[in-house]
Design a protein around this ligand. Structure first.
Ligand SMILES: [Cu+2]
Length: 151
């Protein structure tokens, strides 16, 4: 009786180990593919000083890692303000110049000629607004939409 139980237990353990082995294989292989985030380029204004985001609509997928490359090619400073989007995303880091910032980010200010990289994973599907809150800019059309779709 005891021998039978031991034997059955051994089978269950072997099967479990076997299954763990099978399922852990793709997990081990995956990081090599998913390490690099998808790059999304966004310009805040342009050289002609138009008050717009280029593009002004971003489509992202929840759970996927992105690197938003924000660039200000215009002659004046702008903000990338998307508080609800930021609240519903997990920010890994923001890199600007030689500085790397970790933790929650709500808004980025970019001076003329500046570039910043924001690495994040959108978490909650929805449509979020983006704007530049410098007086007159939102009113002039410096707004956008960030759409996070489900995985
Ligand atoms: Cu602006």
């Amino acid at each position: 009786m005891l021998k039978k139980i031991i034997h059955q237990t051994w089978i269950v353990i072997s099967l479990t180990l076997c299954l763990v082995g099978i399922f852990s294989l793709p997990v081990i292989a995956a990081p090599a593919i998913s390490t690099n985030p998808e790059v999304v380029n966004i310009d805040l204004g342009n050289a002609a000083n138009e008050l717009k985001f280029f593009p002004n609509e971003l489509k992202l997928v929840a759970g996927k890692r992105y690197k938003l490359v924000l660039n200000n090619p215009s002659p004046q400073k702008h903000y990338f303000t998307a508080k609800d989007f930021a609240d519903n995303s997990w920010t890994q880091k923001v890199e600007a110049g030689k500085v790397e910032i970790k933790g929650a980010i709500h808004e980025l200010e970019l001076k003329p000629g500046a570039t910043a990289e924001w690495v994040l994973i959108p978490e909650k599907p929805g449509t979020y607004s983006l704007r530049c809150p410098i007086p007159g800019h939102t009113e002039a059309g410096m707004t956008g939409k960030i759409i996070i779709s489900a995985e």
